[in-house]
Structures are given as C-alpha cells and as structure tokens.
Design a protein. Structure first.
Length: 637
C-alpha cells in the first residue's frame, strides 16, 4: 500500500510540475527576444501554413512548412511530436494565436493539432511556433510510474521494493575480472567490482573529475562481455554524448537514439538516423523516395492543365500512389532501424528520449549517468526496461531544475539517487576518490567541505598551473591555482534586472573582463577560459562587455560536467544586509569551484558573502594560501 501511495504522489507532483513548466515557458515568451529563443531551439519563425484539415476527434490539423535556407540541421531539431506549442498567425488574423500539440515533425515541416476549431483556410503571411514544453516526456513518466506501481512478481517489482526500502538488495560473490581499461585506479576498479557483484542495483558516487563516466563505460563493457545487452541513459544530451564518445572506439555495436541534431557532430555516426542511411538496404528507400518525388514533381510541373485533363479516378490513383510510396519507404526505413537497435550491444538515449518504437524491456542492465540530476519519475522511464540498474552521480552537485515550488517541497526535488544512497548498504556503493582535473589547492576546499576530505589529486594534475601551458608566461594569476579577488569597499553594488528577473553587478563584471584580459595577455587561449556566474543577468551583461572568439561565458548551472584550464567566477552579491540568495545552495558553490583545472579566480564581496559560514571558510582558505587580493589592484593600479 505504501508503494502505491508513493507512486500516486509522484503522479500528482509531476502534474504540478508540468503546469508550472508550461507557465514558465509562457512567461519566457514575453521576457526573451525571438532571436534568443530561436538560438535555444524554442522558437521557429518564417513558417508558411500549407494546409488546414480535420483530424481524428474533431482536431484541426495545420501543416506548416519552412523552405530550407541552407542550414545544416533541421529548424525543428529541438521539437518532438507531443510537445505543447503556441502557434502565432500573421498580423490581422483572428484569433492571433492558438495553443496546440505537435502531431508530426519532419525535417522542414510540422503538423500542429489544435483542440479547438482552427482557421478555415491557410492565412497568408509568416507564422511562428513557440515551444511550451513536452507533454511527451510527462506522458512517458506517467506510464513508467504506472508500470512500476502495478508490476507483480517481476524484476521490476523487485527493483521497486528495493528502491522503496521494503526489500534488501542481493549481492553475489565479486567476480575475477580482466579490466578492459587498464588505467583504472583502485577506487574505480572497486566500483566496477561492486557493480558487477550487485544482482539488483549499485551506486557510483563521482565527485568532480573522478571519472565516473569512465567507470560506467567499463561496467557497460563488462556486462556486454557476458553476452548481456545494456541501455545507457542520462538526463541530458551532452551527458549521453559523453558515454557515446567513450564507447565508439571499443568495437561494441552501439547506437544512439534521438534526433541527430541533438548529437555532437563528431559523434553523429553513432546516431540511429545516420546508421540507418549507411545500411545497404537503405538504397531501396532512396529509390522509392525518388519515385515518389518524380510523381510529385510531375504533378507540380503539369499544374492545372493536366489536372483538368485527368479524370477524377486518374487523379485519385496518382495521389494514392504517392501515399503508397511514402508508406512503403517509411515502413522499410523502420524495419532497418528496428534491426539496428535490436542487434546493438548498447543502446543510448536520454531518459526522456527513449522510444518504445525501438526499445523494449529486454535489457539486462540500465547504466544511468548523471543520476543525481534526474527527478525520480524521469528515472523510472529507463528503469522499467531492465533487470538491473547502476547509478552514477554526485548528490553534492546541482540537482534537477524544478519549476513548481509546491512539487519540490512535496518531494520531487528528492532524486532516486538521493534516496538510494541512504538505503543501499555500503558494499553496493563506491566513492571515487582520485580526481584528474584540479590542482590540489583548487580541490582541497571542496574536498574538505563536501567530501569529508577524501579526494586525492592524481599526480598528473596535483601541481599543474596555468603558466606551464605552452606560450603562457608566469604572472600572479597564472602561477597561482586559487585567487580570491575581494570587491569589498569597491562600490560594486548588485542590481536587480527586471527584464531577466535576475541579479547583476556591473562593477564586478567589468573587473572580470580586466582579469580576463590579463589572462589572455599572459598567453592563455580564449578557448581555455570560461567566465561563470550564478546569475543569468550577469552572464548576459558579461557577454555585452566582451566578445572573444572561443571564450565561454555562462551560468554555473549550465557548466556542470564541464571544465576549463582557467575559470573566473563572478559571485555578484554585494549588499548591506549580507543576503546571498541562492548562493546559499552550497551545491552551486561546489560546482563553481570545481570547473577549473589550473587557475580558479573567484570575484566576490567578502563583507556580503562571509555572513554565510561556508563562504567565510572559503575566504579564510584563500587567506591561508596567500591568495586573497583586493579589487583595488585592478581598479586603481
């Protein structure tokens, strides 16, 4: 009964979250310019409505097209069937906009289903589609929760009982292994052994730079060597691509689901769409499509004169043949795709991008990366498809974004990874301790604060500094791994940006640019540097102040999982009350401090941030390294 109530509660929470996400997307429509939304893939402009017709259930089906403009990728690459959208019609139309659902998405064409009566005929002029969110993802979560709750006497029901703390997980004798990756350290090897000895579930705790994805890939390869099939998933496309990149050179049959535009260009040969086109049988698909195009071209070329000369039956037969050829090509294409997926040793996808068209519940293992960044309902989507699960994540880094405060407080902010770390016995969990990213001085503070001082800097990175890079000269910033630039007393007050509903600090942003220039003048390449800030408004301000090819400027949240040789962090907050807002989520601080490999430069007002005890300890740590400098060195030098 408790299990049933748990899943029913999750259903309520994701309904709250769905409405909150939709409301936030509508707010963004009013807040952000079209160009910014297009860059994010949330808006497509320049659409012409080709047809209006009735669909099933009284729906209006509107077909919109956009002629190719020479882009390498489809303009609809961030949209999927099932997504909720706002369709805006040309000026003068009444009503001007409709909410609908993407019914079908093709390369340069979409069909939008309206749940109200749409226009009687296509209006003249340019239309626009704005993404309001994906109902498809929520539908998959709902179905997964129902499947998990109702499963009886199965592997899934066993996993459910373990994850709810009702049953103890099973563990077999640790196997003798020959590691595929001979470079794994002792903690990574132990994580692999514990994962392979687990009959049901294991956790890999991966602090920054410790190689949790490398460990996950070794676990995947070990399972495949046993003749097992693996589903490898993560909440984000970039995290899936990280796994894909490490698997492609292993000789395994690997296929990545999802739109090819969401796969890094260098990895697209691992994507199902490209593997399909490279299949020898696909030549037949091309022949069928070419025959259909010839019929369509002939119809377009001959125009009205031929249509007048042809009888109704002849015109109908030709249109029917066009439709038949399209279906034949798509059916053959699907059979190729189904065969490729079925024969793969490892299938990769985002949690939300798992397509039941290709993926059935026949996997021996689901390997879930960045598991601490997925809500519990989203995690159940891949879990319903496998007999065993291995989670890799870090509960001390940022959790998934939750739009609904009510849903977050109701428990949606607690991930399955969070719960399992408190439920599973120690012999089914492993903390990776050796990190291969940071100088030991960059590592020490987050290690002490977040990981009980257990992290170890590998000898290859323990003492590396920025001035050891080719062409970089030694300066106080490049020779020191940690620098805290104190803006106290500089008059760099924070401001509230009404448009972006975020905070900014112009004085601190200008200081960040001066420090960047110093780094670049010392010989650092712009591509090796990032300027990060917790605040969207500050990131936008920084982008207006400096344009340097290769330089990355962004939010701390958006840079999780990434690294650079040198990182400048702008904390922004500077006020008389000592308020630090969501800087108080110390997981954000952990991410901010662990992105740099050789040089970490933190800008902040010590009088403001040190009101928080952990930030006070960071200031003290900078003092202990003789790394506490004043902004006056740059503003009055």
């Amino acid at each position: 009964m408790a299990g049933k109530e748990h899943f029913e509660r999750l259903q309520v929470l994701i309904d709250l979250e769905r409405e909150a996400e939709k409301a936030e997307n509508l707010r963004e429509l009013r807040k952000f310019p079209v160009s910014q939304r297009e860059a994010l893939g949330k808006t497509v402009t320049g659409l012409m409505m080709a047809s209006v017709e009735g669909g099933m259930g009284g729906l209006s089906l509107l077909t919109l097209t956009r002629a190719p403009r020479g882009e390498d990728l489809s303009p609809f690459h961030a949209m999927n069937a099932g997504d909720n959208v706002l369709l805006s019609l040309p000026p003068g139309s009444e009503p001007r906009a409709f909410e609908g659902t993407l019914y079908k998405v093709e390369e340069y064409k979409v069909v939008v289903a309206l749940n109200v009566q749409g226009p009687d005929e296509p209006p003249r002029g340019s239309c626009q589609i704005d993404l309001l969110g994906s109902d498809a993802t929520y539908q998959r979560m709902r179905k997964a929760l129902v499947t998990a709750a109702e499963s009886r006497r199965s592997r899934l029901s066993t996993l459910r009982e373990i994850f709810l703390g009702e049953t103890a997980p099973a563990k077999s004798r640790a196997p003798k292994l020959r590691f595929f990756n001979a470079g794994l350290n002792e903690y990574q090897q132990e994580a692999v052994k514990r994962a392979l000895s687990a009959d049901d579930v294991a956790l890999v705790h991966g602090p920054p730079g410790t190689g949790k994805t490398t460990v996950l890939v070794e676990i995947v390869r070990q399972h495949v060597s046993r003749g097992e099939r693996v589903l490898a998933t993560a909440p984000s496309n970039i995290a899936v691509d990280n796994i894909l990149e490490k698997l492609l050179g292993t000789g395994l049959r690997v296929v990545r689901l999802g739109h090819p535009a969401r796969t890094l260009e260098s990895l697209r040969h691992g994507n199902l769409a490209l593997q399909t086109e490279e299949d020898p049988v696909y030549e037949k698909v091309r022949e069928i499509d070419a025959a259909r195009e010839r019929l369509i071209h002939r119809r377009s070329r001959d125009g009205r004169r031929e249509r007048a000369q042809l009888g109704y039956d002849e015109r109908h037969d030709r249109e029917r043949e066009v439709g038949r050829l399209w279906r034949e090509a798509r059916d053959l294409e699907f059979e190729i795709q189904r065969r490729i997926v079925a024969s793969a040793n490892v299938v990769l996808a985002t949690h939300a991008g798992i397509s039941k068209r290709f993926v059935k519940g026949d996997f021996d293992l689901v390997a879930m990366d960045e598991a601490s960044q997925a809500t519990e309902p989203l995690s159940w989507v891949p879990l319903t498809l496998a007999k065993k699960a291995v989670f890799a994540g870090d509960a001390n880094q940022l959790p998934p974004t939750i739009y609904s405060k009510e849903a977050a407080e109701g428990g949606l902010a607690t991930t399955l990874f969070d719960r399992l770390k408190d439920i599973l016995p120690a012999n089914l969990q492993t903390l990776l301790r050796v990190q291969y990213r940071m100088h030991e001085d960059i590592m020490r503070f987050p290690s002490d604060r977040f990981y009980d001082g257990q992290l170890i800097a590998h000898e290859s990175v323990a003492r590396h500094t920025a001035d050891e890079l080719a062409g970089v000269t030694a300066t106080p910033l490049t020779s020191k791994p940690v620098t805290f630039v104190d803006t106290a007393g500089a008059g760099f007050d924070e401001n509230w940006n009404e448009l972006l509903e975020s905070r900014e600090n112009k004085g601190e942003a200008e200081l960040a640019v001066k420090i960047l220039r110093e780094l670049l003048d010392s010989g650092l390449k712009a591509r090796d540097v990032a300027i990060l800030t917790p605040y969207v408004a500050q990131a936008k301000l920084l982008k207006t102040l400096v344009r340097e090819p290769g330089l990355e400027i962004g939010s701390v949240d958006g840079f999780q999982g990434r690294e650079k040789e040198a990182v400048i962090v702008s904390l922004v907050r500077s006020n008389d009350s000592g308020t630090i807002g969501f800087l108080g989520d110390l997981r954000r601080l952990n991410v901010a401090l662990t992105r740099a490999r050789r040089a970490l430069i933190v800008l902040g007002d010590s009088v403001t941030i040190a009101r928080h005890p952990v930030y006070q300890k960071f200031v003290d740590y900078a003092d202990s390294l003789d790394a506490h400098r004043s902004s006056y060195e740059w503003t009055h030098g």
